[in-house]
Design a protein around this ligand. Sequence first.
Ligand code: GTP
Length: 386
Amino acid sequence: MRKMVPPSDSPRSRPPVTVLSGFLGAGKTTLLRHLLGQAEGRRWAAIVNDVAAINIDAALVAAAGAQRVVPLGNGCVCCTVRDELAETLAELAATGDYAHVFVEATGVADPRSIVRLFTRTNPFGRKLDDFAQLSALVTVVDARQFEVEERKSRDGRKRAASGVKPVFDLMLEQVECADVVVLNKCDVATAEAVRRVEALVRAVNARAEIWRVAQGRVAAAEVVGRVRFQADVTPGAAEWVRLLGGAARHAAVRTGPAVAGRHEAAFGITSFVYEERRAFAEEKLRAWFEAALPEGLLRAKGFFWVRERAADMGFASVAGGAARLEFIGTWAAALRERGVVTDAEIPPSTRERWAEPHGDRRQELVFIGVTLPEAEIRAGLAACLV
Ligand SMILES: Nc1nc2c(ncn2[C@@H]2O[C@H](COP(=O)(O)OP(=O)(O)OP(=O)(O)O)[C@@H](O)[C@H]2O)c(=O)[nH]1
């Protein structure tokens, strides 16, 4: 249920904050300038982060007439200058002078780490949510660039070097963790491309509102007048999180349109969860992810385990044609075998998924894509089993 708040035109001690994310050049500054241009005397502030040492964007936005523009230079809001962002927001809020604050993130920022600033308490027991209210995560997408990157990820199909996140992976993450996706630059994308990108966005985040615009022309009243962010919903809005988390566990396998009943079905977007208890052979699995990813695959995410590293929890992430296979932790079953934990110490959520003889070790991989050859994917993965 959405919480409605009155339009923010009076200063507040805990001002609403709209975070604008989106890949490099998507149109964040253009959107911000357009929004600030509608302030009409209301006290709005903007915090503008730019990876460059000289903050060009801050100057551009200031020219658009914001009441106050605070530049954060030399770093990215989601990592190196995260504390600086938190302090700046807390200081702006403490003045009680501002009715709304906009934060323009860097093009490479992951919105999830900005959410954590608001929701996680620091060593002093405070969190940003005590000072300011996260109102919405808005992700700006350059419709044409999104399509191009999706296609590129297939053409240059190869496993990304360890630790390097492919561009399209980052673009998907920004769209997955969003309350609103602004499909910008619709003036230079074909109608077909816009429809397709909208369908792709829907496939990975069925909850977000999608606004098609050009030149960032969004009515400010739409943005400042309503709180859309929900701490228990927005960060888990990604379709793969939903599929891995709930439905997959209860209905052993869910197959069908990822977003049934919507026009995305016209693009043939489907999803399913591959579940198996036996181990994969590592070489075969890597080779499959490197060479055999099907054309229509948009997103795959989930857990895996391989015989050669039976203690290690594997996590796979595919964006378009680029796959990353990583080991992110240790299976509880391995900890129990080593005597590090007792049965009683295994958390209920892990116990729920327990099945002897492998314990919590499992293959649980979500696939989302356009006309996915499900049988072929299942057969390919089955051939990697030991
Ligand atoms: N044709 C067209 N150009 C646009 C649109 N929106 C923005 N641009 C242009 O795209 C370029 C990048 O826009 P910005 O608003 O600076 O993008 P940004 O996301 O802030 O970029 P970074 O700060 O580098 O991440 C600029 O030259 C804009 O004029 C649009 O809807 N259509």
